[in-house]
Each structure stands twice: as structure tokens, then as C-alpha cells.
Design a protein around this ligand. Structure first.
Ligand code: AMP
Length: 309
């Protein structure tokens, strides 16, 4: 079996400071960003390397947290200016959020540069950034076994042609249900999935927030319910942690475009759900300060128990 050392993953996206308000509390400024969440989550399954930019205000303790999870930081560029800042407020049931602030800061001129040592890594996860930038990263890599990523309504609506061009080169896409409907123009999930898979990504995961996720692939589809959390503090980053668990697990199994067994894909969706659920238990990346691989396995087995009949 592939080992954690050999099957490395490159993750591209935002490394940020976030301000978050939920019914459980408020934190004005804490480590966040899609690349941060994806790489922390994936680090439990495989070696991850990040490509991102931060400002000169980026704290050493935040670098230390990423390093403590073994995340490769050679591609973390530090430039003069402020780190990307995002702030949001969640609804009472935490299913909706309103963005209050998006200060791109140093992220505005982000042009991802891949260190040479990353270019032949086999797995690539493109976090939610402009599709043309996602494409430029993919083009800098050679010998990819599996590439894919995430997108959002803004790119679907305002950068459609650029996004469609980018998706052609992807093997997997993770997207939420409203975005899947927006991208495909179909309101039925099966029909939406068929249209999206015809655009490029043959492995498609449609996420339904707290209600779970459905995987569509060549051999059919597989659904998993959401984990019923007893204490939910902050859903920020849950989708990214899902993505990290999903691709991290596939990388650890050595899955390729031509060899993607249905059982590995299904388990990747369960690991994604497990990691998304842990993320919500504390504010920001707090849960990853203590989370152990044993806890992940225990929750994976819980999923097995409550989906078997
Ligand atoms: P999620 O909850 O999975 O959608 O991810 C939330 C994370 O995305 C937060 O930590 C933010 O810092 C980051 N984020 C929010 N808006 C953007 C944006 N426009 N571009 C890149 N990252 C963003």
C-alpha cells in the first residue's frame, strides 16, 4: 500500500485571518482560510504541502501549528502587507452565514508559484480561488495521479467560461447542492450530477451541509448522512475539512484516475464527513490542536454503525 511519505498532496488556496460570530460565541481574529483547513485535515492521512500567501502580520504560532502537523511550508509565500481577512456571522441554526468583511490584502495579487520540489507530487487539491489561477497551478505540475478542487457561486455566475475551461482538467469536484444546481442549470440532483460529470470531473461530491453528502462516479452513487453533533460551535471550514479528509484518504490509498475503486471513494466520503464534523466542534482550527487519529477512526466506525442495516 502507498505510504504517507510517498503519496504527497499539494493544496492551494487562502491562508487567512477570520472573524467569526455564531450563536455559540464570537472570535474577532483567528487563523483560517481554505488552504489552512484543507491541509490540516488532510495531514491526518497524507503528507501535505501548501501554496499560499500571507502578509508580514502572520503570526509565528500559526506557522508553528501548520508545521506541527508536518505540513510542507516551502510554498507559503510571505510578502509585505496584511494577510487576507474574512469575517462572517452565522444564522441561529448555523446553516446560513452572511459575509461581513472580505479584505483581500496580500491575496489580491496572489499568483501561486509552485516550488520545484512540489511539481512532481501526485495529488493536487485546488481550493476555492479564481479558476484561471487554479488552472495555472495544475499546468505547473507534471505526473498528477488525481487533481480536483472546489469552487463557489461567485465563479459559477461571473466567471463561467473560465470555470468551465478549468473543470475540463479535473478528476474530482466537491460542491454544495445549491452550487451544483447553479452550475448545471438542473434542479434534480441526479440530472445536475450527470451534467457536471460531463464537464470533466468524473468523481463528483455534492455536499448538503448538516444533512450529508452524495458521491457520483462511473459505477453509481453513494450517500452518507451528516454526523449528528451534540455541540456545534463554528461551521467555518467544514467544507474544506471535508475536502481535506476526502483527498487525503484517496492519496493515502494511492488512488489514480484509472484506478479509483468504489470502496475507496465511498470511504473517502465518510472520512470527509468525519473531518467536517470535527471541524465544527471548536472555533476556527481549534479542534485540530488536540484531534487524534484514534478519534477519527472511532467516528469512522460510528458512521459504519449508523449506516449499516
Ligand atoms: P468554508 O466554511 O469551508 O466555506 O471556508 C471558510 C474559509 O474560507 C474561511 O476560513 C475564509 O478565510 C475563507 N474564505 C472566505 N472567503 C474567501 C474568498 N473569497 N477567497 C478565499 N478564501 C475565502
Amino acid at each position: 500500500m502507498a505510504t504517507i511519505e510517498t503519496m504527497s498532496l499539494v493544496v492551494v488556496g487562502s491562508v487567512a485571518y477570520d472573524g467569526v460570530t455564531t450563536p455559540a460565541g464570537k472570535v474577532d481574529r483567528m487563523l483560517g482560510g481554505a488552504c489552512t483547513y484543507i491541509s490540516l485535515s488532510a495531514s491526518y492521512f497524507t503528507k501535505s504541502h501548501i501554496v499560499a500567501v500571507v502578509g508580514d502580520d502572520f503570526a509565528q504560532e500559526d506557522v508553528d501549528l501548520l508545521a506541527s502537523r508536518g505540513i510542507g511550508l516551502e510554498g507559503l509565500e510571505r510578502v509585505p502587507g496584511k494577510t487576507f481577512f474574512w469575517a462572517g456571522v452565522y444564522s441561529a441554526d448555523m446553516n446560513d452565514r452572511e459575509t461581513i468583511t472580505t479584505d483581500l490584502n496580500v491575496f489580491a495579487s496572489f499568483s501561486p508559484k509552485l516550488p520545484e520540489s512540489y511539481q512532481s507530487e501526485p495529488y493536487l487539491m485546488l481550493g476555492n480561488i479564481q479558476p484561471a489561477l487554479q488552472n495555472s497551478v495544475r499546468e505547473q505540475m507534471n505526473g498528477l495521479r488525481l487533481v480536483g478542487g472546489d469552487t463557489m457561486n461567485y465563479w459559477i455566475n461571473d466567471f463561467r467560461a473560465e470555470l468551465l475551461n478549468t473543470l475540463k482538467g479535473w478528476n474530482f469536484l466537491l460542491i454544495n447542492d445549491s452550487e451544483a444546481k447553479m452550475l448545471s442549470g438542473e434542479s434534480n440532483l441526479q440530472a445536475a450530477a450527470a451534467r457536471i460529470r460531463a464537464l470533466g470531473p468524473k468523481i463528483l461530491v455534492i455536499k448538503r451541509g448538516e444533512y450529508g453528502a452524495t458521491l457520483f462516479h462511473d459505477a453509481g452513487h453513494f450517500s452518507v448522512p451528516g454526523y449528528l453533533l451534540t455541540s456545534l460551535k463554528d461551521p467555518t471550514g467544514a467544507g474544506d475539512c471535508f475536502a481535506g479528509g476526502f483527498i487525503g484518504y484517496l492519496a493515502s490509498r494511492g488512488v489514480t484516475v484509472d484506478s479509483a475503486p468504489a470502496t475507496d471513494l465511498a470511504r473517502a466520503v465518510v472520512y470527509g464527513s468525519v473531518m467536517g464534523s470535527f471541524c465544527c466542534e471548536e472555533f476556527g482550527v481549534g479542534r485540530f490542536r488536540t484531534l487524534s487519529r484514534d478519534e477519527i477512526e472511532d467516528r469512522f466506525q460510528e458512521f459504519r454503525a449508523f449506516t449499516t442495516f
